[in-house]
Design a protein around this ligand. Structure first.
Ligand SMILES: Cc1cc2nc3c(=O)[nH]c(=O)nc-3n(C[C@H](O)[C@H](O)[C@H](O)COP(=O)(O)OP(=O)(O)OC[C@H]3O[C@@H](n4cnc5c(N)ncnc54)[C@H](O)[C@@H]3O)c2cc1C
Length: 400
């Protein structure tokens, strides 16, 4: 078959290699080179996989189909990269190439595809896809005909890399639906106006996302305080739920525990703070366990000044501020800053055994274009590889 893959990112390149064993494959990529986003991953180090492949780390409205995809493909990803010559190293369950460079992964993919005679049509933008018996692909340069298409155009996160959401429009015109697309793995802005006072602080915390007094999710890790709010992996992992909640008009609040090492409740913490401050000023007590800038910031909010007497301090309020700092969410940062998007083409509209569209025969859908997103830690590339491997190897099998 003549197969055209639209999008030369993580999922498209993987699909090309899997598909080129049996078919003539062309990749159409709008950028001068493939894999622009891939080069940015993991700060250029490319965290390409995670050893914990339980479904809790992946998010989709159709977890049944998602599980079918994971069941089929999780065992094939590491052997696939080994077969490309990638030696991997593992750090706390996170996989990186031994070289520590994303370009090793990109080169391995593109060079293998080249050796398999995959044709690269770069600097070429797909404007429209028409389907009669075959597919007609109208691009910025030429019109191509294909027996099958793998649509791998990504989401609309970080559009400077080429994925600007146009793939959703291509899919919609072919009859697919789109679940609302929202930024995920992104920084969160708060409602206060004084965040410049904690800007630059990095500290280990526990975050509890609250919606209408109900706990939605708890994350631990290093918090990065910014002049607009909060960032860091633990924040990213809450951001998808936050964006969805805000989209539905729900008020979002994150309780920040700045002393996660203290195992007891606020009352005991207040008592402990009070005892500690019997022989020294409260600022010295806070300096003993909090980042200095953060300690000053919290004292300012608690209205504790240099000349405030101990009897004037409400230790319970101070303990609450430290253990449950109420971070009221204003909004998340936008698509440009997001690593991925939630939403996309529903998994109900594909056959999860093959990634083939249930709406258009011989159309395959892969990667972030679909309604799947993962936590930080290699899960998003993980889904790109898995869906690409399945689609590439199943093209031409009669599945629906
Ligand atoms: C800064 C950053 C860091 C990240 N770090 C990690 C990480 O360490 N680990 C991890 O697992 N995930 C990470 N991710 C997420 C991961 O990169 C994506 O989930 C993954 O790249 C998605 O792959 P994809 O193939 O679906 O889409 P993409 O990689 O976005 O590829 C889509 C391709 O399609 C092309 N295209 C789009 N429309 C057209 C068109 N009409 N015609 C022709 N070409 C088109 C685009 O130019 C692009 O090259 C990170 C993301 C960002 C932004």
């Amino acid at each position: 078959m003549n197969v055209i893959i639209i999008g030369g990112g993580a999922s498209g390149l993987t699909a090309a290699i899997a598909c080129a064993k049996h078919h003539h494959v062309k990749i159409i990529e709008r950028n001068p080179k493939c894999g622009k986003k891939l080069l940015l991953t993991g700060n250029g180090h490319c965290n390409f996989w995670n050893e914990d492949q339980t479904i809790e780390h992946y998010h989709s409205q159709n977890k049944t189909n998602l599980q079918t995809i994971l069941n089929q493909a999780t065992n094939f990803v590491l052997p696939f990269f080994e077969s490309l010559g990638i030696i991997a190293k593992k750090k706390n369950g996170y996989y990186y190439p031994m070289s520590n460079q994303a370009i090793s992964i990109l080169n391995a993919l593109t060079k293998t595809a080249e050796r398999m005679d995959v044709e690269f049509l770069t600097d070429t933008y797909v404007k429209e896809i028409q389907k009669e018996e075959k597919f007609t692909i109208i691009t910025s340069k030429k019109t191509y005909i294909a027996d099958a298409i793998i649509l791998a155009t990504g989401s609309k996160a970080c559009s400077k890399t080429g994925s600007d959401g146009n793939g959703y429009e291509l899919a919609k015109k072919l009859g697919h639906h789109i679940i609302d697309v929202l930024p995920s793995l992104v920084q969160i802005k708060g409602t206060r106006t004084d965040y410049k006072d904690w800007e630059g602080v990095r500290t280990d915390v526990t975050l509890t996302l609250m919606e209408k007094n109900t706990i939605r999710k708890v994350e631990t890790g290093e918090l990065q305080c910014t002049n607009y709010g909060i960032s860091g992996i633990c924040v990213y992992n809450l951001s998808g739920l936050v964006a969805q909640g805000l989209h539905q008009g729900t008020e979002e609040k994150i309780l920040i525990n700045f002393a996660p090492w203290f195992q007891n409740d606020k009352k005991s913490f207040a008592k402990w703070l009070q005892e500690q401050s019997l022989e020294k000023p409260i600022s010295d007590v806070l300096d003993g366990f909090l980042n200095y800038k953060l300690g000053n910031y919290l004292q300012k909010i608690a209205n504790i000044k240099k000349d405030t007497k101990k009897e004037q301090i409400n230790f319970y309020d101070l303990a609450s501020l430290i253990l449950e700092f109420p971070f009221e969410v204003k909004e998340t940062n936008g698509f440009e800053n997001a690593q991925v998007c939630s939403g996309g083409i529903p998994l109900d509209e594909i056959n999860p055994e093959t990634m083939e569209s249930k709406i258009v025969k011989n159309l395959y859908l892969v990667g972030e274009l679909l309604d799947v997103n993962g936590d930080c830690g290699g899960y998003n590339l993980g889904f790109a590889w898995m869906s690409g491997l399945i689609a590439g190897s199943k093209v031409g099998h009669d599945s629906n």
